[in-house]
Design a binder for this molecule. Structure first.
Ligand code: GTB
Length: 225
C-alpha cells in the first residue's frame, strides 16, 4: 500500500529541505518505497480534519491504510522497521542505530532548534544579543562531543542507518549559522548524507513543491499539489 505523507503547501524555507517532511521523504527514498504527498496550508493544519491525524496540528503525518502516524522520528522508525535499508541486520547494531535516532532527536536537535527559533522570533528583544552567544555555546558543546565521537568515520556506527539519516537532517538545521563550518568532520558527514542519491531525490521532490517543477523520474509521486 502506498503511504501518503503531509508537507507544507508553502514551506518557510522555500524548499531548502529543512522542514521535517524531508527526513520522511529521505527514508522512503532510501528504502525505495513510493509515496504520495498531501500539501497542507498553515490554516488547514489547525483544522479538525488534520488534527485527527496529528494532535498538535503539524506536519509531517504518515497514512498507510488504517495506520496513521505523526512525529517524524516515529515515522522514520516505522519505515526502517518495515523495509530493508535503514537498520542493520544484527540485533545489537540495530539497537545502536535506534540509540543514535534518539540521540539525534533528544540530545542534538533541542539546542539547534532552540537557537533557530531564537533567530526567528526573538531578534527584536533587547536581550537577544546577549542570549544568542549562550545558545551558540550550547550548540557547540554538543557538536564538540558529536565530532569527537564521529572521528574520521563515515557514519556514526559502521554502515549508514536511520540514526545517520536523522542526525544529518538535524545538523542541516544549522545551515546559515556558520557554526557547522567550524567542524570540518561534521560538515563532511552532512555532505556525505546529502550526496546519497536517495537524499537528492527527496530534496528535489520537496524543492519542486516550492518551485512548481516536479522532478522527472523519481520513485515518489505526489497525491495532490
Ligand atoms: N516533533 C515533531 C516531528 O518531529 O515531527 C515536530 C513537527 C514540527 O515541528 N512540524 C513543523 C510544523 O508543522 C514543521 S517542521 N510547524 C507548523 C506549526 O507548528 O504550526 C519545523 C520546521 C519548519 C520550518 C523550517 N524552515 O522553514 O526552515 C524548518 C523546520
Amino acid at each position: 500500500m502506498t503511504p501518503t505523507i503531509t508537507a507544507f503547501e508553502r514551506s518557510p524555507d522555500r524548499g531548502k529541505g529543512l522542514a521535517r517532511d524531508m527526513r520522511v521523504r529521505w527514508a522512503l527514498e532510501e528504502v525505495g518505497q513510493p509515496y504520495g504527498v498531501r500539501l497542507v496550508s498553515f490554516a488547514a493544519m489547525k483544522e479538525p480534519a488534520h488534527r485527527a491525524l496529528h494532535p498538535f496540528g503539524q506536519i509531517p503525518t504518515y497514512e498507510e491504510g488504517d495506520l496513521v502516524l505523526f512525529e517524524s522520528g516515529a515515522i522514520v522508525f516505522h519505515i526502517a522497521e518495515r523495509h530493508a535499508g535503514l537498520f542493520p541486520d544484527d540485533a545489537n547494531a540495530r539497537a545502536r542505530a535506534v540509540t543514535w535516532m534518539f540521540a539525534a532527536l533528544n540530545t542534538v536537535e533541542p539546542p539547534i532548534v532552540e537557537r533557530a527559533s531564537a533567530t526567528l522570533v526573538e531578534r527584536d528583544h533587547a536581550w537577544y544579543e546577549e542570549r544568542l552567544p549562550i545558545l551558540d555555546g550550547r550548540v557547540r558543546h554538543r557538536l564538540d562531543e558529536l565530532s569527537s565521537r564521529l572521528g574520521d568515520a563515515d557514519w556514526l556506527d559502521d554502515a549508514f542507518s536511520a540514526g545517520d539519516l536523522l542526525m544529518v537532517t538535524v545538523l542541516r538545521r544549522l545551515n546559515g549559522s556558520g557554526i557547522l563550518e567550524e567542524y570540518p568532520t561534521l560538515s563532511a558527514y552532512v555532505a556525505r548524507g546529502e550526496a546519497r542519491p536517495a537524499y537528492q531525490r527527496a530534496f528535489d521532490a520537496q524543492l519542486a513543491v516550492f518551485t512548481g517543477n516536479p522532478p522527472a523520474g523519481r520513485s515518489s509521486h505526489p497525491a495532490s499539489r
